[in-house]
Write a protein that binds this ligand. Structure first.
Ligand SMILES: Cc1cc2nc3c(=O)[nH]c(=O)nc-3n(C[C@H](O)[C@H](O)[C@H](O)COP(=O)(O)OP(=O)(O)OC[C@H]3O[C@@H](n4cnc5c(N)ncnc54)[C@H](O)[C@@H]3O)c2cc1C
Length: 499
């Protein structure tokens, strides 16, 4: 079997993986494995922006910390939140130095917006609502200029390689199903979200929880997986019935849009004094209640009192997408409903992104450092990717790692061309129905029975293929979410139990 020896292997080329790579010393060889093409990642979809105080004004820093804790129902790791907020400025300034053109006013000052749960305007954005795409384009160009960084597209990581609870890299499959091992002094999981476990999600196709699955099978500690964030305003298109829902950024509400129920009534005052800018958990739960009470599957986002020209300039991606459904921002109501959006828990890491397995790090949406508590504050996740990516890089830069040898301990299975789509669809239906915004013990137990059966069946018939491992990662993560949801009896943040 082909083995590639390297200093660092990074699984994933979203913001969490790429930014970490750029901050590791250029004397180290870095291999980045990406299961599809570089442009398919949640990072590229981010619209709203990246939160962060650029100037160190204590009062503003304290407010960002307080907003993050409040959104997370104070279940956050306070130290991690303090790191996130105080190290925002140096890392965002690095992004600016990589030629990311954040939107500016006529005087050249950076424009800042507001989203749910933020008490001040502190969110930087680019291309109006194309923040993720603009950041990723600039960083990927930078990566290609670095001689020490080797990017392998269409390379699916399957399992961690480890011995005596120390990590030695990952085993992978390339496009033609050839096995390749990356033997590394340091391994970083940056595999992104879990969205496709659910029937409907805002996440990209690649979000199948692979890092969490791999970590789980290797016995690495996970935490807080019951906290799944549902975005309140995914576009409820009557024309495109895709599972992957187009997001209407919270920044649209930040710029003044209202929520109306099917009767045309503005309803958020019944649920929160912060109205449409309450944290996401509160807004999603309020919409769920309104839909339930009015027997409908969506509510509306109302921008008709806002200027169409301003909306078109401020939100070009959203404006143009809605036009395809003959909806004009500023003129027509926009049908929206909550869908799965963000994974709060994940692979447990310390403040340097290190897991409990030696030489194994995790960053971004697959990691859990405790910054989000029970519910993530909008636009804190891109920030998390860069702040903790920088910390991982610093930790690796100061280590002197000895050369390593590693012999294969991974069982090789045969490859079958099985179709796992029906299993994935079934899992999505179970998760939407019983492990969604509102959860009950009876529903969770019902979901558990079915998801355990699917997992047993997959384990019984192993298959050396990308679709197999994705299905396995998805169902194993689903079972962990279900069990954590059963264990947490109280409602808190985005985990809402009615009995
Ligand atoms: C529609 C949308 C809008 C958002 N808007 C915002 C916003 O405005 N502000 C904000 O802060 N956050 C936002 N978020 C959240 C934020 O974008 C993500 O949390 C963040 O980008 C995650 O980055 P990541 O690098 O961890 O994962 P990703 O960007 O998803 O990257 C994951 C990478 O891992 C690779 N990968 C996965 N599994 C494997 C495997 N087995 N082998 C090899 N490679 C693998 C993928 O190919 C991909 O390259 C948004 C999310 C979505 C979906």
């Amino acid at each position: 079997m082909l083995q590639i020896k390297t200093d660092v292997v990074i699984v994933g080329a979203g913001l969490a993986g790429i930014y970490t790579a750029l901050n590791i010393d250029s004397t180290k060889r870095i291999d980045i494995v990406v299961k599809e093409s570089l442009v398919i990642a949640n990072s590229n979809l981010a619209q709203g922006g990246i939160a962060g105080e650029l100037d160190f004004i204590q009062e503003n820093i304290d407010l960002h910390i307080e907003d993050t804790l409040k959104a997370g129902s104070y279940l956050n790791n306070k130290e991690a939140v303090s790191v996130l907020v105080t190290e925002a400025s140096e890392n965002i300034k690095k992004l600016i130095a990589y030629n990311i053109d954040f939107d500016r006013d006529k005087n050249g000052d950076i424009l800042l917006t507001k989203e749910g749960g933020h008490s001040t305007r502190r969110i930087l954005h680019s291309g109006g609502d194309a923040t993720g795409k603009d950041i990723m384009n600039a960083l990927i160009i930078e990566c290609f200029e670095r001689k020490n960084i080797h990017i392998h597209e269409n390379m699916m990581a399957l399992e961690l390689l480890y011995k005596d609870f120390a990590c030695f890299g990952v085993s992978c499959l390339d496009k033609s199903n050839k096995s390749i091992q990356f033997i590394a002094k340091n391994t970083i999981l940056a595999t992104g979200g879990i969205g496709n476990i659910y029937g409907s999600t805002t996440n990209s196709d690649i979000a199948t929880s692979d890092g969490i699955g791999m970590a789980h099978r290797a016995g690495v500690k996970l935490e807080n997986l019951e906290f799944v964030q549902f975005h309140p305003t995914a576009f409820h298109s009557e024309i495109t019935k895709s599972r992957i829902k187009f997001l209407i950024s919270e920044a649209v509400r930040g710029e003044g849009a209202y929520l109306l129920n099917s009767e045309g009534e503005r309803f958020m005052s019944k649920y929160s004094p912060l109205l449409e800018l309450a944290p996401r958990d509160k807004v999603s739960q309020a919409i769920y209640r309104e839909m339930y009470d009015t027997w409908t599957d969506h509510v509306y986002l109302d921008t008709t009192h806002l200027d169409e020209k301003f909306l078109k300039k401020r939100f070009p991606t959203i404006y143009n997408r809605l036009k395809l459904d003959n909806i004009t921002m500023g003129k027509n109501l926009i049908p929206v409903s909550p869908v799965q959006h963000f994974n709060i828990g994940g692979i447990k890491v310390d403040l340097n992104g290190l897991t409990n397995m030696k030489n194994l790090y995790a960053n971004g949406e697959c990691a859990s450092n405790g910054v989000h508590g029970a519910n993530r504050l909008a636009s804190n996740s891109l920030l998390e990717c860069i702040v903790f990516g920088n910390r991982i890089a610093t930790d690796i830069n100061r280590k002197t790692s000895e050369n390593i040898e590693f012999k294969n301990n991974i069982e090789q299975y045969k490859t079958y061309q099985y179709n796992y789509k029906p299993i994935k669809r079934k899992l999505g239906t179970i998760m939407d129905e019983y492990v969604g915004i509102v959860r009950t013990e009876v529903g969770l137990l019902f979901a558990k029975k079915q998801a355990v059966d699917i997992e047993k069946n997959l384990i019984k018939y192993p298959n050396n293929s990308k679709p197999y491992y994705e299905a396995l990662n998805m169902v194993q993560t689903a079972n962990i979410i279900i069990n954590s949801s059963l264990n947490r009896k109280e409602s808190i943040g985005c985990h809402y139990r009615i009995n």
